[in-house]
Design a protein around this ligand. Sequence first.
Ligand code: GLU
Length: 464
Amino acid sequence: MIVRTRFAPSPTGYLHIGGARTALFSWAYARKHGGQFILRIEDTDLERSTQQSIQAILDGMAWLGLDYDEGPFYQMQRLARYHEVAEQLLENNQAYYCYATREELENMREQQLAAGLKPRYDGRWRDSRKTPPTDVKPVIRLKNPLEGHVTFNDQIKGKITVANTELDDLVLLRSDGVPTYNFSVVIDDLDMNITHVIRGDDHVNNTPRQINILKALNAPLPQYAHVPMILGANGERLSKRHGAVSVIQYREDGYLPEALLNYLARLGWSHGDEEIFSREQLVEWFDLAAISRSPAKFNPEKLHWINQQYLKATDNACLAELVTPFLAKNHCQIDGGPDLALVVDLLKERVNTIEELADAAVYFYRPLEPADELRAQHLTAEAKPIMIGLLEKFHHIEWTRESIHQEIKAVVKEHDVKFPKIAMPLRVMVTGEIHTPSIDAVLALLGREETLTRMNSHLGNFQD
Ligand code: GLU
């Protein structure tokens, strides 16, 4: 058997963390078994589906490197096929036209609720001999078995059994000819020879209904694996504030796709104590049995940490390329400034994302004005003559990290002050900040001319 899995998003929003993780698990399962992974866009919700959302899904998958072997298929291009199967079910007396109007259904529902019953379609057109009204466009409903049970062995949740009396006669085709989710998903999984349906457990209640459609068609059943949902760090539903944002937003915020992929894999799946692993290792180790049965919690700090591990391991030239657009957004002119690969090397241990890396690198490419408190605290009357002396000496020394360091040390000794008394005003003057890597390294990279220009420009800003 060739394993065939699919990711079947509805293009009604962005590709968010939950969707991306489902896609990842399906992808990893197919890759692990040398199988195929298929992308299918479930665009039958005409009001909510958008082209923009389709694009966001495609972009998100491409960025994460979730490559598919077939697709994207679009359900709205397969309407003729759904009609054909619906016809077949009608002919075999496994489906029927239902002419109940919206009002009628609403009344039915109200009465059932008033009687303390679960609202469900009562089957009034199932074996009806009534003459159909001419002014109502019918839907097509499945003749769900009236007795017995549906049982399936979920690869994550274990055995699940539902009585057929719990299921009503589900609509297959709406009166406008558009299929319902449950119908189109079944026909597609069948036609696309999907062997393993791996999806979010918000669909677990749909599965018995889908199985009944497959049974009516005498079709083989796929394996099902329903992945528990992802909760926010606060234990509640994943909200915008807690990671329910578009995957592409993570790119914009400076995450590395390999890091996000690694993190997503660890959301509800594990392989021993491994936290950092490559795409190849994930594929080698991936196993449905190791998916947790309880919901995963989205932990932004852990994602930060993983991203940092990947940043540290990424080579400088590659990081320089990634950080360039972020610096451009920060109005930095890189050409003519310090070598970006060296700047990145100096800063990468200190940041969690590419965006933070860019923020930390700005002062290498344009001067930053120090905040008033920093001026007040560090550009003191006492520091001024020392800085003037240092500035003078900087004209003559060899411009290397080592000589700059020696010169600062000499000044420390000469004035009998602690190192920060020199380093802090120097940082404020040259970088506008106080949190920087070793100041000698920063100055060496920035270059003599720029350092002297910036120091000079601040001489008038000292207190009297
Ligand atoms: N289109 C469905 C959704 O986005 C998924 C269907 C499935 O995986 O079976 O929730």
